[in-house]
Design a protein around this ligand. Structure first.
Ligand code: SF4
Length: 394
């Protein structure tokens, strides 16, 4: 930022384009029924509404088109009517960092000028997008940087599915005109709801967004390629299985309540036993649809041989795999990562008990790809008007 710029305006409050304020209805994030109803409200004859919904759905979620004028299978006057009443708006890309290992970290801005981060992790056989469901987080897991940021608000379904659309823009992954689905490579092949926020504390928006992502006429991602990670909002777990039907991951991280109370404070509300009982009832549970237990490896906190053996005992009877996550340190973090030997030893004990225990390879460390790092930097830039004015000598 140059000294001559109107400091207060740029830095502090004025969000940009995606504030919207157009008074138009944003079609991104509406369910099929919601889109159909909106079209009828805007004057589309009821008997045409289902067909129009299908046409718009393909343009928005298969082709990635944002202007009604480009929707060539719709009559010109109908396109004009749509343009009057609606818009196709996704979160604005504020910045992008690309790591040496190909990981991309995006900071996007949503209505109200709030910002969330999104991470894309390319691998040989897949491309995983880590999306956020809240600005900040309802919870305060002590190993998680996002947990140090108060909840600002829940994201809308449009702002959640919009992250997928933003990444497809960046990766140029839309189905080109005249081409069919499946003719272009899938770069965003997997979605993990492991970004900022507790997705089950924003259930309806997350459900609608994932339903849009799974819809076979649009983004068309298989439910088995979508993983929702929860810290343990027990009352919503079965509902996630019934209404979303995607894969489930649990932010588990400890084998005794005393430790989990500190690491994942929601444990004080629903402790390990209650959580495991709920998982044994998970509607989608099967050997081909295992629950992923995420376990961050913290030096001297939860990484002993005894912890590993206790973990095996606790999850007995649950088709599961354990993802071991070497802790990603962040400025001011109260923990250290376990040593590689300790992590391997832990993984070995679990593996010998018959569970897959992959050790997650930290990705994008050179761009601080750990949860919430980018956000907090933006945060720091946001000073009060008075502070900025004082700094600028105003
Ligand atoms: S781990 Fe998840 S639920 Fe816990 S503070 Fe971080 S974002 Fe929130």
């Amino acid at each position: 930022m140059t000294a001559s710029a109107p400091i207060t305006q740029d830095l502090v409050t004025i969000p940009r384009k995606d504030e919207g304020g157009t008074g138009k209805v944003n079609l991104v994030g509406l369910t099929r029924d919601g889109l159909r109803d909106a079209l009828i409200d805007a004057g589309t004859p009821e008997k045409q509404a289902k067909m129009r919904t299908g046409q718009l759905w393909q343009w928005i979620y298969q082709k990635g088109v944002r202007e009604f004028s480009e929707m060539t299978n719709l009559a010109k006057d109908y396109r004009a009517m749509l343009d009057e009443a609606f818009e196709i708006r996704i979160p604005e890309l504020v910045s992008k960092q690309v790591s040496e290992d190909g990981t991309r970290k995006y900071l996007v801005r949503i209505a109200g000028g709030h910002e969330v981060e999104v991470v894309y992790i390319p691998e040989e056989d897949r491309g995983t997008l880590c999306v956020s469901s809240q600005v900040g987080c309802t919870l305060t897991c002590s190993f998680c940087h996002t947990g140090t940021q108060k909840l600002v608000r829940n994201l809308t379904a449009g702002e959640i599915v919009g992250q997928i659309m933003m990444a497809r823009d960046d990766l140029e992954e839309w189905v080109p005109a005249g081409k069919g689905m499946g003719e272009s490579p899938r770069l965003v092949s997997n979605i993990v709801l492991m970004g900022m926020g507790e997705p089950l504390y924003n259930f309806d928006a997350v459900r609608d967004a994932m339903k849009i992502a799974m819809d076979g006429e649009g983004i068309s991602l298989s439910r088995r390629r979508i993983t929702l990670s929860t810290s343990g909002v027990v009352p919503e777990i079965a509902r996630a299985g019934e209404e979303i039907g995607c894969m489930l991951a649990i932010s588990f991280h400890a084998t005794i309540d005393e430790t989990r109370d500190k690491l994942v404070p929601i444990n004080k509300k629903w402790n390990i036993e209650t959580l495991l009982d709920a998982l044994r009832e998970y509607p989608k549970l099967s050997n081909s649809e295992r629950i992923t237990f995420e376990y961050v490896m913290l030096d001297g906190v939860n990484d002993s041989d005894e912890d590993a053996r206790r973990l095996i005992k606790l999850i007995e009877g649950i088709p599961a795999k354990i993802n071991l996550i070497p802790f990603n340190e962040w400025p001011g973090a109260p923990y250290k990562r376990s040593s590689n030997n300790r992590i391997r030893r832990f993984a070995d004990i679990i593996y010998k008990a018959g569970y897959a225990s992959p050790i997650r390879t930290p990705r994008g460390e050179d761009i601080m790809a750990a949860c919430g790092q980018l956000k907090s930097e933006t945060e720091r830039a946001r000073k009060s008007r008075a502070e900025i004015a004082k700094e600028a000598g105003l």
